[in-house]
Design a protein around this ligand. Structure first.
Ligand SMILES: Nc1ncnc2c1ncn2[C@@H]1O[C@H](COP(=O)(O)OP(=O)(O)OP(=O)(O)O)[C@@H](O)[C@H]1O
Ligand SMILES: [Mg+2]
Length: 388
């Protein structure tokens, strides 16, 4: 839908403030541009609606270069919301929202209907707000009007340049939710500039990290969190971030991949030998003949084996069948809640076919905490070998 092709901006032929950007933004996608001050975010955004000219390269919307389009008409097709939205002070909220529809030649009744619809959409009841003046609104309410106004003529594209950065965290959160709702319900294509990674992670389908006018990484929030390409991106992400976004952290990311797998027909003596050389003194009894192989049947620990009276018994008779497990893609929030119900002992990790591929124990959890919060003093709580 929007394509930036080898996009360059320089002022007076000096340094390129945007330096060969290539970017593809899908219809209905919410893309966030993030980067330090001066990295070229606003410049890039403002080239999309031709508020500033392109030095080299091109921007295509639906395959058509914007340079062949009348800038005024183009801008009416693209909503634009900035930090301090410019409302005309002597016009009411309703008149402010209706300004562009009026320029587009809409009738008075159409305009009024639309303005009221939009006020509802941004959660400002028209009966209370339609006739107010901008000076009678809080900062957060003004930003809501800014969003409503940007949507007035139902543009496909909305550009937002740090629209919420002057707001308190609660109002900001509410407006972020509104934007997500808009995108869900109206499928707008949104390009959103911020330098706040929390905000980016919350709302973005994809995040482009900019530095000195170049894209350093353009990826989903999850990939940015998990695989930052260099220190600049890593600095933005911050150490603690993965832990703070546990919905992006899965069992497979933290599990140990060397579970001791035990066939159902093994004798206790054999299993004792197998467990002696394992990390945990706990093994998973699996069906070695299932297709695919190694579907989970139960769990056996050294402690249980030591209590066995007859060495003729098979694992299927001794093992503990009533065990909790997680899947590779179970996220950390659920993993933690399941582990908590097990008193953080350990759970096997299964793939989609119910085959055991790993396990998670207390030290896996502590490792993640240690990795993402390096200062945690956890030594005292590291458990000894389990199951003994
Ligand atoms: N009219 C201009 N003439 C010369 N240089 C300019 C002009 N406008 C912007 N710049 C320079 O272009 C670079 C990129 O600016 P831009 O506004 O795109 O940064 P930004 O990433 O939006 O930063 P911020 O987070 O502070 O808003 C900056 O170094 C800025 O000084
Ligand atoms: Mg800027």
């Amino acid at each position: 839908m929007i394509e930036l092709v080898d996009l360059v901006k320089s002022y007076d032929g000096k340094l390129n403030v945007v330096d060969g950007l290539n970017m593809h933004i899908e219809r209905g996608e919410l893309v966030v541009l993030i980067g330090k001050s001066g990295s070229g975010k606003s410049t890039t955004l403002r080239m999309i609606n031709r508020l500033i000219g392109i030095t080299e390269g091109d921007i295509l919307i639906d395959g058509e270069s914007i340079q062949n389009q009348n800038p005024i008409k183009l801008r009416r097709k693209i909503g634009y919301v900035i930090q301090k939205i410019g409302m005309i002070p002597h016009m009411t909220v309703g008149q402010n929202i209706e300004l562009i529809p009026q320029l587009e030649g809409w009738s008075a009744s159409e305009r009024k209907k639309r303005a009221k619809e939009l006020l509802e959409l941004v959660d400002l009841p028209p009966k209370d707000y339609y006739n107010r003046y901008p000076a009678e609104l809080s900062g957060g309410q003004q930003q809501r009007i800014g969003v409503a106004r940007a949507l007035a003529v139902n543009p496909e594209i909305i550009l937002m340049d740090e629209p919420f950065s002057a707001l308190d965290p609660i109002t900001r959160d509410q407006l972020q939710q509104e934007i997500l709702k808009l995108q869900d319900e109206l499928h707008k294509t949104i390009v959103f500039v911020t330098h706040d990674m929390d905000e980016a992670l919350k709302i973005a389908d994809r995040i482009a990290v900019l530095k000195d006018g170049e894209i350093i990484q353009y990826d989903t929030p999850e990939k940015i969190l998990k695989n930052p390409v260099n220190d600049y991106v890593r600095e933005f992400v911050g150490n603690h971030r993965l832990w703070q976004s546990p919905e992006f952290l899965y069992a497979k990311d933290i599990m140990r991949t060397n579970p001791t797998l035990i066939g159902q027909k093994r004798s206790p003596a054999q299993v004792i030998e197998m467990l002696k050389s394992s990390d945990t003194y706990v093994g998973y009894v699996v069906d070695t003949e299932s297709k695919p192989k190694n579907q989970l049947k139960g769990e056996i620990s050294m402690a249980q084996l030591k209590k066995v009276s007859s060495h003729d018994q098979k694992m299927s008779q001794i093992m503990n069948k009533d065990i909790s497990y997680v899947y590779e893609h179970t996220n950390m929030i659920e993993v933690l809640s399941i582990m908590q119900s097990q008193n953080y002992k350990r759970v096997p990790v299964l793939n989609r076919d119910n085959c055991v591929v790993g396990y998670i124990n207390r030290s896996c959890i502590l490792n993640v905490i240690n990795e993402v919060i390096p200062d945690v003093d956890y030594e005292e709580t590291v458990p000894a070998k389990e199951g003994v």
